[in-house]
Design a protein around this ligand. Sequence first.
Ligand code: ATP
Length: 235
Amino acid sequence: MLEIKNLCVKYDAIRVVHQVCLNIQKGELIALIGANGAGKSTILKTISGLMRPESGSILFEGRDISKASSHSIVSQGIVQVPEGRQIFTKMTIRENLMLGAYLQKDKEKVQRNFDLALTLFPILKDRLRQLAGTMSGGEQQMLAIGRAMMGDPKLLLLDEPSMGLSPLMTQQVFSVLEQLKSEGITMLLVEQNAYDALEISDRAYILETGHNSMEGKSSSLIEDPQIKRAYLGGD
Ligand code: ATP
């Protein structure tokens, strides 16, 4: 579904992503793991068209999207849940959700996705008229994912959904990702919380200072001594 080949990205003169390769098959949940500053968010921003690659290619369903606008990329079905959630705090939960469907012309599809978002997040259902800014961090994260679902994604990009959340809320967010997976949504999950990300994902890519370092089945990586030492707090 998504194939990234030899991707290089720079900020001004400084290259922060070096020849990165990554591929995602339909229905997979792929984790992208790495320390602070490894380049994970930069890769997501480049996939969603917010940054341009210096070189390399990004194919989505066989089409090169590396020069496409972010508007066109969303309309092709790649929807990002941004780091820090970026919900509209002065708008209601319903309004925030409906904003996620701004490109969707098919009203029936909008209603279907709205119903799905409320089924996945019952907490939003009783509070559609509440201002989003009055919700807790975990609830706002649910709203951010719900809003992305309104865009009818084929591929959902998630940038650190557990950031700033309590362990309990983090578990709730991860269990929602499992439900999305069972709905057939393909996902690329960027996480610093390596253990949870490896537990939930099918495969993972480890990024070190902008380079591919390891990749493989998450169930194998979680047992790998090098990964345990570097990312899982093991010895
Ligand atoms: P984190 O987990 O801390 O969010 P990350 O793996 O997502 O880290 P990026 O945010 O992609 O990493 O950053 C990769 C590198 O690019 C870092 O060295 C960072 O300092 C640098 N960088 C990020 N944004 C900019 C910017 N707007 N201008 C210049 N350099 C930047």
